[in-house]
Design a protein around this ligand. Sequence first.
Ligand code: PGA
Length: 260
Amino acid sequence: MEVIIQPTREEAGRVAAAIVARLVREKPDAVLGLATGSTPLGLYRELARMHHDEGLDFSAITTFNLDEYVGLAPDHPASYHTFMRKNLFDQINITEERIHIPNGSAQDIPAHCLAYEEAIIEAGGIDLQVLGIGSDGHIGFNEPTSSLASRTRIKTLTQATIDDNARFFANREDVPVHVITMGIGTIMDAGQCVVLAYGEAKAQAVAGMVEGPLTAIVPASILQMHPLVKVLLDEPAASALQKADYYRRVHDMKPEWQRE
Ligand code: PGA
């Protein structure tokens, strides 16, 4: 794992955007895996700016989102469909038919999950997966003890995640208990992963992901087995890392050709 510690979340978001933009320029028909939550907002703002100011072209890009709440219609204000539209898709020239987000209103959830997996394969697989990390170590909505080989399926949220996400809903009771999420196996099939984490509340989960034992109790720790992961952190999110000085040194000593 490559750990990149930036002074602020804004700077970390800009580094993430540079990584995504490089792929979009090199492979205009790339497949992006996208995440929701507060963390990727800076990345999406910067991608929208690059589209607007620099003509970064998303017209041939395909996207697959990680997850969605079960029971929320796509136009629900707290759905991830709404989130993506507002925070990214309405700001760039993405092609509508190339957008994929799990449908939380699907009647037959297992069939929908299978079709989602098949659509990823048909699109050629995910080139780059953007990830946040939950304070409990989840990636996507793969909560602690998720199978490390899991595929897209229904999951039940932990109380901790419901509490974390209650801020997006009028009442805590309105947060759906169930979600559809790409599995950990699905995420691990991506060509590369870019993980973003900001703030002290993520510090323990980040330490578990990067330096802890590989364990289903910290689902993000499976990323230690992925050959190409970049972890972008602000200082507070990096505060529990034992080897932070080493990660800074690696970054400072990088050969020019390896730089973002
Ligand atoms: P957050 O969520 O970006 O809103 O902190 C991250 C996650 O739960 O994966």
